[in-house]
Every structure is written in C-alpha cells, then in structure tokens.
Design a protein around this ligand. Structure first.
Ligand SMILES: Cc1cc2nc3c(=O)[nH]c(=O)nc-3n(C[C@H](O)[C@H](O)[C@H](O)COP(=O)(O)O)c2cc1C
Length: 412
C-alpha cells in the first residue's frame, strides 16, 4: 500500500506476523531521522496473549487492540542515553521538558516510519492515541523506568477489512505561502465545506444528536473537561518519570500570568462601607481574581454605573509615552457598549496604589484567604483607607469556595 491509498486498519486476520518480518521492520524504521543520531526511543513488543489483553484494557479495550497480532508501544526514551553518559564520565542533563520533547519527537518519527514500512509490506496498523490517556498504568504494566514515557502504540496485523479512505482538508487549509494566513470566517467555510458535506461525517452529526461536525468533536469526542483532566494527569506522569520537577511547574506559569492580557473579564461588586457606597472591579483570569480596583461609587468623585451592570471588561491601554491606563467597558441589555475611561484617574490615588500592590499579590496566585488576611493586617491611619481594606476583603471573599456570601449593596 502506498501513501495515497493507505488507510487505518482496525480488523485483522488470525495470521501471525513472523518474527523475522517484524524485526526487519523495526530495524529498518531506525533509519528515520533522529536528534543527534541518539535514537531517543524504545519499543516494547507485546505478543503474549495475556499481556496483550491487559495492555488492551488500558486502551479501553478498543477492538483493534484486542484483536491485533502484535501491540507495539513506542516510548520517548532518554534513559539509555543518560545511562550511557553516566557510564562514560559524561554528565547528562536530559531530565527536563526539553529532553522529553526531543525524545517524544524522535519516538513519533520512528513510529510513523514504522507505519509506512509495515503498510508497504501489506500489514495493517492502527495508531492508538489512548497511550497518553492512562500513561501511569502503561508504565507500570510494561515496567518503564524514569526518563521513559510511552507516547504511541501501534496495533499491527494482516488486514481483515478494507474501509473507505477518510477525507482530508484541501492543501490551502494547511499550507501557507511565505507567511501564515489567518483563517477568516469565509476561509473556514470554504476549507471545511467538503469535510462537513461528507456522508460519513453527516452521519456522525446525526448519530450524536448535534447540529455541527465541530460539536461532535468539542462536545463528544474530545471535550474541554477531558482534555484538561488528561493534561493534569500528563504533567503528574512527567513528574513521576523524571522529565519534570515540581519547581518547573511554577516557572512556566509565572511569565504567562505576569504579562497582563490586554483585556480581562471582570465582575463589578458593589458594597457599602458605613454610609458610603463603594464599587470594586475584579479582573478575572480563569475565573479567579487577578486584579482589583476599588473606590467610591459616586458621580462627583468616583464612578457611577447603572444598577444592572455586574460584569464587563477591563481594557489596558498603553499610550505612545508608555503610560498605562485602564478602562472599564460594559454592554447594556441591547448589546451597546459603554466605556468608562481611566479607572485609575477616577479613584483616589492612594487606593489606586494599594490596589496595584494587591493586584500584584493576586496575579502570583497567593491563596485568597491569605490575601484577605494580608489586606486586613495593613495598618493604615486614615479612615477612608480602612474602608478600602474592608471593601477589598468583601469583594474578594465571594471567590473563596464555600465562604459565606457577603450582603451586596445594590442600590445606586
Ligand atoms: C495521534 C493519533 C491518535 C489516534 N488514536 C486512535 C485511537 O485511539 N483509536 C483508533 O481507532 N484510531 C486512532 N487514530 C487513527 C485515526 O483515527 C486515523 O488516522 C484518522 O481517522 C484518519 O484515518 P486514516 O488513517 O484511515 O486515513 C489515531 C491517529 C493519531 C495520529
């Protein structure tokens, strides 16, 4: 089978794959490109029926896994290279994310070459993405040491089916000449037209009770919830296998949240301090407070907003001289936008400076109960600043799960 006629095969005959043929394919596939010619991969061959069924269960008993002659688990492997270095008075430094990515790239290139060669021999293969769904269990079942991580599984056997070829997007969908071309709504319509029209895909939509093909993917097959949980699990397993350290987890996150996005969704929290009406704008990232601006709710000095406004956006502007300004924007019930410019200028400068400090603490994700305690412990002289302290604590409390909700003052 050549590349133009290939398809994934998920049903196999009982005919075994001779050892010599498999070994030849495994050896030839090693001719593929590899980083520094280090061959940062290993393959675990599973033929034993009992072991195969155990492994298939970790792939959710997909029929192609239970029925294949052989299962091949391809692993990103920096173990062997690391051991070699240690044995030859060289200091290896590959127990990190960059090491993992290079080993994973090597392993996947090897996997694909092996697929091509096997298909040329008339064998059928199916790639199992479920390898990285429960990697810990596969690691345990195959006895994989640190710095070895399973990234791909191939089920292999002689084809017992010849399914129709699946469709592909047209060339223009994924090839960009010289610079990347953005996907406008019109381009998306054009590029996905044939895919969405394909009979098989229309059937998917119907079977899943959805109205678009994209919904079949986003709501059913690969959901946000599942991907987020699998990502967390992936990070834990990378830690377990020595490709990540706990300290690494904090550092890539810090620069990401340190740079404030241009636009942040925000909640508007109103409250009363003694006789004064106050408002807080709580900028949110991942639904958690990221910054907070508070001040008097007042036409004269401060901000007055329609009662119905409880959410909006805080937009950061930087002028040509590099001065920052924060605007608050909300939409009324008809969808018209109103922008209140210069939150910083509307509020008392002293509150503004404290707000900057507290926002700094929030964006580094200090737990909210600690932030509230910190705000409460500030020893400040002026009465109005003491009101500010109470206000900030009140506004933040609502984001602590399980905390008793504060009475919100909504009258304007
Ligand atoms: C990363 C990846 C994960 C995949 N996971 C699975 C899988 O778990 N089960 C399966 O039956 N096919 C799996 N496949 C195969 C794809 O479904 C298949 O390649 C795709 O639908 C295109 O069909 P074709 O290979 O017949 O052209 C996977 C392929 C890739 C590249």
């Amino acid at each position: 089978m050549n590349i133009k006629t290939r398809r994934t095969i998920r049903k196999y005959t009982q005919q075994p794959i001779p050892d010599e043929l498999l070994n030849q394919l495994l050896e030839d596939a090693a001719r593929t490109q590899t980083m520094g010619n280090l061959q940062l991969y290993s393959v675990v061959v599973t033929r034993d029926e009992e072991k195969k069924q155990k492994l298939a269960s970790l792939h959710f008993n997909q029929p192609c896994a239970t029925g294949a002659a052989v299962l091949l688990t391809v692993c990103a492997d920096f173990r062997r290279t690391t051991d070699w270095c240690n044995q030859r008075e060289a200091t290896p430094g590959y127990d990190n994310m960059f090491g993992f990515l290079n080993a994973a790239t090597d392993a996947l290139l090897y996997t694909q070459t092996l697929c091509n060669l096997a298909e040329e021999e008339g064998l059928g293969v199916c790639y199992l993405g479920t390898t990285i769904y429960q990697p810990q269990d596969i690691i345990e079942a195959l006895g994989l040491p640190q710095l070895v991580f399973p990234v791909a599984t191939l089920t292999m056997g002689w084809p017992a089916e010849k399914p129709a070829q699946t469709e592909r997007l047209p060339l223009e969908a994924f090839v960009h000449q010289e610079t990347y071309q953005p996907y406008t709504a019109e381009r998306i319509d054009t590029l996905y037209k044939a895919k969405e029209k394909a009979r098989q895909n229309q059937k998917f939509v119907k079977e899943n009770n959805k109205s678009t093909l994209a919904q079949v993917f986003a709501d059913v097959r690969y959901t946000k919830k599942e991907f987020e949980a699998l990502s967390q699990n992936m990070l834990c397993t990378l830690l377990q296998q020595g490709f990540l350290k706990t300290a690494d987890l904090a550092s890539p996150i810090t620069p990401m949240i340190e740079t404030r996005p241009e636009v942040l969704d925000c909640d508007v929290v109103r409250f009363q301090n003694q006789k004064e009406k106050w408002v807080a704008f709580v900028g949110l990232m991942d639904n958690q407070p990221y910054e907070i601006f508070t001040g008097l709710m007042d036409d004269e000095e401060g901000i007055s907003l329609p009662k119905s406004v409880v959410r909006g956006r805080i937009i950061k502007h930087i002028d040509r001289e590099g001065r920052k300004r924060y605007d608050f924007q909300f939409e009324n019930k008809r969808g018209y936008k109103t922008t209140v410019e210069g939150l910083s200028e509307k509020f008392n400068p002293e509150y503004w400076n404290y707000a900057k400090l507290i926002s700094g603490v929030l964006r580094y994700r200090m737990p909210l109960d600690h932030v509230i305690r910190l705000v409460g412990s500030l020893e400040l002289d002026s009465d109005s600043i003491n009101s500010w302290k109470t206000g900030v604590a009140r506004a933040l409390k609502k984001y602590i799960p399980g905390a008793a909700p504060e009475e919100e003052e909504t009258s304007n």
